[in-house]
Design a protein around this ligand. Structure first.
Ligand code: NBP
Length: 477
């Protein structure tokens, strides 16, 4: 029993995570259902550090020092349950199972509850950064018992990404499913970020009339400013790539149907249950599904659209600057919505999540890493009870400065018939939040009319009903 940590499940993620632990000086026990993967790992990368190859579950568990730390990196869902069922009987109280897969947080809550009865600490840990991150430093979002973080935390801090200020991109997010919940919302925000970038690209293409290579240059410039982020950086790379076979821009030879694995959808499903308006994330998920309806799109191709020519050269340059403003303002709104969902989940499940700490661990390693997250952290550090990111003075001022351009961009998009559901949903959210009065009052009147659902008044306490079918007098309900 010499290994400080074990990894079972040695596909791309598990293999790279095991190598990351080994490269950082830990002795790592490695195991996989199909033993060939275990041996391949040690053969290929054994020189990188200290590995203990285990063929069976028993050997694997025996190789670990106590309390055991066993990282599970298998396919989410049933395979994770199968692995837990296999290992749990071999473990002792105080041992830890760390699930680094993309589990649904409700599954993590269930698993944590069941294992807690046996004294086993179950740590559901969201891991972001893909295979490259797993190897060189991911952003890690561990949940589970705070107690286990005491011995596990320093190891995770060592292998995690580091933010620009050197801080490790990992924190104990909260009990049971908190880590996987936060990872889920991270992915939802990632969907929204990608959708907004996609809309900016399409506007620069169709309204400004720019070619992909030129748009890549614009994204490169944006990446030196407040939009500085991994997703903007790779957008420039993808847009400047030329297909070797045809000599055309790569983006023009790829089928325009976006796929998804499900975490974005979960973010929206859970938001619906919690009653949190994450309209930007929802539009991003819907935009991907719409893109996939090939037959429907084919059947709709002949529908009428506006006749508008792209802008002239001088106007196009000014328009590109406006798109940057619209993208930035919409991005603030998506993060506002995502953090609202985390706050609501935290309240619902009693997780006590520190929103500033969450933004801090997303600064490096993960897909949505961005300079911007430093500002979100500053906002929550200054005021931990901030009702919304839009209540932060700096963000409010930036949106105030951006809003005229944001509206102009949506006007141009509408005039030219370029779909911008992300920009549009973000602006509608912003305008709804700042509205003095919403038509919800009318909705309440309608509900009272057809279903006697009652309403409240602005000038008196209590619930009321109007006798719509009678003399229309008002009664207390
Ligand atoms: P996969 O999600 O493709 O899973 C393959 C692994 O699961 C193999 O080790 C396989 O063993 C094992 N496995 C399966 Br499938 N069923 C099993 C069972 N019933 N019992 C034991 N082992 C079983 O691997 P991955 O892409 O490395 O991802 C691992 C986890 O990390 C997933 O939950 C994923 O969602 C998550 N994640 C992935 C990424 C990414 O960029 N890929 C990023 C972040 C998180 P075998 O070799 O014997 O078939």
């Amino acid at each position: 029993s010499s290994a400080q940590i074990g990894v079972t499940g040695l596909a791309v993620m598990g293999r790279n995570l095991a190598r990351n632990f080994a490269r950082n000086g830990y002795t790592v026990a490695v195991h996989n259902r199909t033993a060939a993967r275990t041996h391949a790992l040690v053969e290929e990368f054994g020189h990188e550090g200290s590995f203990v190859a285990a063929e069976t579950a028993k050997e694997f568990v025996a190789a670990l020092e106590r309390p055991r730390r066993l990282v599970v990196m298998v396919k989410a869902g049933e395979p994770t349950d199968a692995v837990i069922e296999e290992f749990a009987p071999l473990l002792e109280p105080g041992d830890m199972i760390i699930d680094g897969g993309n589990a649904h947080f409700a599954d993590t809550r269930r698993r944590e509850r069941e294992l807690r009865r046996k004294g086993i600490h179950f740590v559901g840990a969201g891991i972001s950064g893909g295979e490259e991150g797993a190897l060189n430093g991911p952003s890690i979002m561990p949940g589970g018992p705070a107690e286990s973080y005491g011995s596990l935390g320093p190891m995770l801090e060592k292998i995690s990404a580091k933010a620009a200020d050197g801080a490790p991109c990992v924190t104990h997010v909260g009990p049971d499913g908190a880590g996987h919940f936060v990872k889920m919302v991270h992915n939802g925000i990632e969907y929204a970020d990608m959708q907004l970038i996609g809309e900016a690209y399409q506007l620069l293409r169709d309204v400004a009339g720019y070619a992909p290579a030129r748009i890549a240059e614009i994204f490169r410039t944006w990446n030196t400013g407040r939009l500085d982020s991994y997703l903007i950086e790779i957008t420039a790379e993808v847009l400047s790539h030329v297909d070797a076979a045809t000599g055309k821009p790569f983006v023009d030879v790829v089928v325009d149907r976006a796929e998804q694995k499900g975490t974005g959808r979960w973010t929206v499903q859970i938001a619906l249950d919690l009653g949190v308006p994450v309209s930007g994330i929802a539009e991003a998920v819907f935009a991907r599904s719409l893109s996939g309806h090939a037959a429907l799109r084919e059947a709709s191709r002949g529908l009428a659209g506006p006749k508008a020519a792209p802008l002239g050269e001088a106007e196009a340059a000014a328009f590109a600057d406006r798109v940057e403003q619209a993208l930035y303002a919409s991005k603030i709104v998506s993060y506002t919505q995502g953090f609202h969902e985390i706050a609501a989940g935290s309240a619902e499940y009693g997780w006590n999540i520190d929103l500033g700490a969450v933004s801090a661990i997303w600064r490096g390693g993960c897909i949505i890493r961005a300079a911007f997250l430093d500002r979100i952290r500053a906002a929550y550090d200054a005021r931990p009870d901030l009702p919304s990111l839009l209540s932060d003075e700096t963000f409010a001022r930036e949106i105030a400065d951006a809003q005229d351009d944001w509206r102009e961009v949506l006007i141009a998009a509408t005039r030219q018939g370029v779909p911008t559901p992300g920009f549009g949903a973000a602006l509608a959210y912003y305008d709804a939040l700042r509205a003095e009065r919403l038509p919800a009052a009318l909705t309440q009147g309608q509900r009272d009319y057809f279903g006697a659902h009652t309403y409240r008044r602005t000038d008196r306490d209590g619930s009321f009903h109007t006798l719509w079918g009678g003399d229309r007098s008002e009664v207390s309900a």
